[in-house]
Design a protein around this ligand. Sequence first.
Ligand code: ASP
Length: 344
Amino acid sequence: MSDRDPGAEPIVVGADAPAWRHRHLLDVDVLAADEIDLVMRTADAMKGILARPIAKVPALRGRNVTIIFWEASTRTRVSFEVAAKNLSADVVNIAASTSSVTKGESLVDTIRTVQALGAQMLVMRHGTSGAPYLAAEHFDGHVLNGGDGWHAHPTQALLDLYTMRERLPGGSIAGRKVVILGDILHSRVARSNIWSLTAAGADLWLCGPSTLLRGLDRWGGRAAGFPGHGRFTVTSDVDAALRDADVVMALRIQKERMDSGLLPSLREYTARFGLTLDRLAAAKPDALVMHPGPMNEGVEIDPAVVALDRAVIEDQVTNGVAVRMALLYLLAGVHGAEGAHDAA
Ligand code: ASP
């Protein structure tokens, strides 16, 4: 930051922080444990900025952040917009539903068009798994994945991790029992969380009806290659999963991605797997309750659970702004070796 940027203290992450090495953020699987830690520390600094009377710094002044979502979103889209504005970026918001995408324009043509219009950082959400990887091949700047199909939601996983570190006594996830409960099959949130939570050493449990756990045992084998990973358990036994849990994260049943026949009915799902006060009683008394939103209260989570003080669902939303500020800042190359990027 230069002396010509008035009215803001510098963003201090710490002299011993590792350099950021990534040009894009497509998933968390490429982040080593020290890089995840860098994101957490940078987000701490961003939280400090959010606590200032004027939560705005000039770090990304003059940079164009273009946000284009092909799928619905409230939290992620707005949070990226607020984050980019807090860093003084020029934000361009495109709703795919009102863009030339509706006239049949391809993803690659849309990417080239927004680039020609000045986009330097592209935040995107797409219904097709892998779409941001294709975008990254055709975009000269930085791509941030705001969720692709069933595949990945890296910023959600990082804000979840940040919230756990903030709210768990002692601030460490290592050895903590974290349960992700619900529609794991269709959940990009669960997939990204598997990488970051196992990297942080959590005792991770994935729980849901067997039809919504399909393929995960096989996928779990891949986690063995991840630096600092732990193992995870896949089960349909909700009582075993919740027993002595430190964190319970409920997931929405993603009806929009669901083939028929995977669930007999939502009512049956709620009866067998819904997170109620009764079920939660098996977890530790102070267990955190999380949900990435949007919630279907009364389906995957009971309103009485949402109302608990230890339900940190709004903290997740607030922390999402700090974490996304941190990621925009790191990707823009403001921290560490200027312009040092790799292909990931
Ligand atoms: N908001 C999250 C996502 O975009 C979770 C959900 O939609 O249920 O993946």
